[in-house]
Design a protein around this ligand. Sequence first.
Ligand code: NAD
Length: 372
Amino acid sequence: MADVTAEPVRIAIVGAGNIARSHARAITSQAEAAAPAPATIVAAMDVDQSQLGTFCAEFHIPGGYGDLGTLLSQARPDLVHICTPPSTHHPIALECLRGGASVLTEKPPTISLREFDELAAAEQRPPWFATVFQHRFGAGQRRLKQLAASGALGRPLIAVCHTTWFRDQAYFDVPWRGRWDTEGGGPTMGHGIHQMDMLLDVLGDWTEVSAIARTQARTMPTEDLSLAHVTFANGAVASVVNSVLSPREESYLRFDFERATVEVTHLYGYSDDDWRLTPAPGCEADVTAAWKHAADGGGGDAHSSHAAQFARVLAALRDGRRPPVSPSEARRTMALIAGIYASAFTRRPVAPADLGPPAAFYTAMNGGHEAW
Ligand SMILES: NC(=O)c1ccc[n+]([C@@H]2O[C@H](COP(=O)([O-])OP(=O)(O)OC[C@H]3O[C@@H](n4cnc5c(N)ncnc54)[C@H](O)[C@@H]3O)[C@@H](O)[C@H]2O)c1
């Protein structure tokens, strides 16, 4: 791997579809905003030649490849952004890590805990294995995390985590969506994962989950909704809803601490205006001042966005530090999703210890079950 402290980080993007464009735009805008540029896109790869050609032309990418091995040996990227459908993340990431390139993979990082653990074990630090969870990186979430950790808000008591989005049947006609073997689940895995990751980013380790899931209105093998109750090691409890059946779409998180309620209401990304703080009676002055003066976690973007996360990933790589989001953090979110599916299929409460290697839900998110 090149000395990334001196030169721009050499990035390759694998998968040249929808989300790859957000990646390319975010990298390009950072390269244009700073001198010397923190990163440069040296190559892209896609199994679809026409997608690849359009993408390389659109973002002036010099190397277009139809094969990952050739990309790795010829373009020698420091970092590979994986923007392909979920079931392809594991083989692509493994090949990159074994080839000496760090990996930043789109969510969900893998479609099972077993695959996830294989990637975590393949890290040689560097190369690193990181997951895209961009909503951790807006100022509001960083401020909340800091105040929660410092105790300024008191004990966390109860939380609400709603991903109530709308996806019509045509959305699931894309062959990889809504299938266990290609997406690893429905809205719990594909959509609510963002909000549940924010929930766990603030509340930490979970200890038990009870859930139901079903296919209520769409025709697909996975769920189109799930509901869960989650208990945390710190004693807090949370109610989680994941749906793609909700015409008035919203992402909503609410944290009730002893000393304040903190809420964020947004859809696919928040800014500072989307956060609301309600101090408990008698705590108005303290809590309002603490929220106002809390550092934003190192400066940067008020918005949650790929660019906000990438800035931190690039800074970490250039400093020789682990880039976010780390495997241990991403795994906790993946384990909660596995726990929701395990509880929904077995109709029992599930703890993290129930999801270890011999468990069926370790190997596949549906634990080998086919229908609800
Ligand atoms: N972070 C977010 O907010 C966010 C939003 C949307 C999608 N995503 C994630 O991004 C990923 C891609 O989603 P998308 O909507 O861009 O999909 P897409 O179908 O638009 O694009 C995927 C691309 O990958 C290519 N591809 C498929 N298999 C490949 C392989 N083995 N090697 C190389 N290229 C391959 C396809 O030809 C296609 O061009 C998914 O994991 C999805 O969950 C994340």
